[in-house]
Design a binder for this molecule. Structure first.
Ligand code: COA
Length: 171
């Protein structure tokens, strides 16, 4: 039996963040940091922006003999509820980061994290969630569209996507 535990990330998760990030972005290097040092600094920057908006997922595996093991930090979500979007001309909840380790994809962890981002944005009284996704990161684009993120403008190789929370039918 496996149990999925969603919790706030802490400073000590930095090493796991780096490992998970590098695993998750294999094949998508055009849209990601490549050096461990940059990924570490990125984690520190995220924690400074909005610490309470950074979440991670641990997997608890229980065997029939009641032993259990924990696979820590298989996914991360970094929300920033203090982000001023010049495109929306308002403070939004920005998703700076979301990723799931490859071996744990396709079982709903990404969905759990998006739903957490929505809860967090509502709690922080934001109307919109915004993010930027690489133009050829088709899997992520399909994933966001499924959650009713709308494609907005392109900037270089990035596409901006927005989800309206309070007025979900606005386009
Ligand atoms: C995008 C990502 C976070 C999705 O995580 P996940 O845990 O696999 O997502 P889920 O299992 O919750 O899937 C949710 C839905 O999205 C769909 N989806 C997920 N991956 C998909 C894919 N490759 N192609 C099409 N749809 C996909 C699933 O079909 C699922 O829908 P369903 O419930 O109707 O079957 C994950 O693929 C990832 O980490 N990608 C690499 C990092 C990245 O690109 N991050 C985004 C940067 S902007």
């Amino acid at each position: 039996m496996i149990k999925v535990r969603l919790r706030n990330a802490i400073d000590r998760d930095e090493e796991d963040f780096v490992k998970c990030y590098i695993d998750a972005y294999r094949g998508l290097e055009a849209y990601a940091y490549s050096s461990k040092r940059d990924v570490k600094n990125y984690f520190k920057w995220l924690m400074k922006r909005d610490r309470k908006g950074i979440f991670t997922v641990d997997i608890i595996i229980k065997t029939q003999s009641f032993d259990s093991s924990v696979e820590k930090c298989v996914a991360f979500l970094a929300c920033d509820s203090n982000w001023f979007s010049k495109y929306e001309n308002e403070v939004v909840c920005e998703i700076h980061e979301i990723f799931v380790r490859r071996e744990w994809r396709g079982i709903g962890i990404g969905s759990l994290l998006i739903n957490k981002a929505v809860d967090y944005a509502v709690k922080k009284n934001r109307n919109k969630i915004e993010l930027w996704v690489g133009e050829r990161n088709y899997e992520a684009i399909m994933f966001y569209r499924k959650f009713k993120f709308i494609d907005k403008e392109k900037n270089g190789c990035w596409i901006r996507m927005v989800k309206h929370i309070r007025f979900p039918n606005v386009r």
